[in-house]
Structure formats: C-alpha cells, structure tokens
Design a binder for this molecule. Structure first.
Ligand SMILES: [Zn+2]
Length: 164
C-alpha cells in the first residue's frame, strides 16, 4: 500500500479551508492511504490537507485501530479546559502547550457513510480538535505568540524547499 507524502509548513495547502465530502466513495482510496501513512509514521492523527488533499477528511488512531471521519462539526465544548503538549506531523520537532476544551461533542460522517454524534474526552478530545483545526486551515503555530511564529516561518522557509 502506497504511503503519502506529508506536507510541512509553510506549504500553502495547510492554510486552505477544505471542501466537504459529498460521498464516501470519492475518498475511500484516500482514507486507506491516509491510514497507512499514519501507521507508518506512528502518529495519532492525520488530516487530508496534510497529504495535499483539500477535503474534510481526517484519520485518527485509537489503540490498534484507525478510524476516518468526514465533514466534522463541533456541536458542544466543555467550559473546562486542559493544557496538553501537542505536536504535528506538518511541524516536525515542534511541541506547543495548547489549552483546549476538555470534552467535545461532534457530528461527523463515518467511513460507513453514517452521520454520527461522537463524544471525546482526554487525548481523544485533543486529537479531534487538532485534526478539525487542520480542515479549516488552523495550525499549531497559531497557538504561539507572534514573535515565535515568525521565527519558525523563516526557519522553515529557508531550510526547506517551498512546495506548493
Ligand atoms: Zn497537525
């Protein structure tokens, strides 16, 4: 099974708002490849823009299982927040303390084509929120103060080829 190339910041696709998926068939192959890619890199979450596809699809790992969700929408967030150190496959080596709601409820389309209401807490809630951020062009770097953000931008720009 083919592994996909992970786009790193500042690749412009990471900032684009992803399009909704109309039917699961159109992304079946993408989902398989994304699950495979996530397994290969030993990650816990991957969003389609990170592999160069601007569609509202993300894959998460839970134990030994990989699940895909589409067109997610957060419908409820807890007032209680929790701070977690987050990393991102599109920012190799960057770790940022991020404050997020501790629990979330979301609606999403599953790979079986069913619209479901999901509840997540703890690490699950962090992963869901992080991946959903990707679908709307919001990135880990946005959680940093501006001065740090600009340093990272220039560092990436000069150290890596700028791919579009
Ligand atoms: Zn990420």
């Amino acid at each position: 099974m083919e592994k996909l190339e992970i786009k790193t910041y500042p690749n412009r696709i990471l900032r684009k708002k992803a399009e909704k998926v109309n039917n699961v068939e159109e992304v079946e192959e993408l989902i398989d490849k994304m699950k495979n890619t996530l397994e290969e890199v030993n990650g816990i979450g991957l969003a389609a823009p990170q592999v160069g596809v601007s569609k509202q699809v993300f894959v998460v790992k839970d134990g030994h299982h990989y699940y895909a969700f589409m067109n997610p929408e957060i419908v409820e967030k807890s007032e209680e927040t929790t701070k977690t150190q987050e990393g991102c496959l599109s920012f190799p080596g960057l770790w940022v303390d991020v404050d997020r709601p501790k629990k979330v409820k979301l609606k999403a389309l599953t790979e079986d084509g069913e619209r479901m209401l999901l509840e997540a807490d703890g690490v699950g809630a962090v992963v869901f929120q992080h991946e959903i951020d990707h679908l709307f062009g919001n990135l880990l770097i946005d959680k940093l103060p501006f001065s740090k953000k600009i340093k990272i931008y220039f560092k990436n720009l000069f150290n890596e080829k700028r791919a579009d």
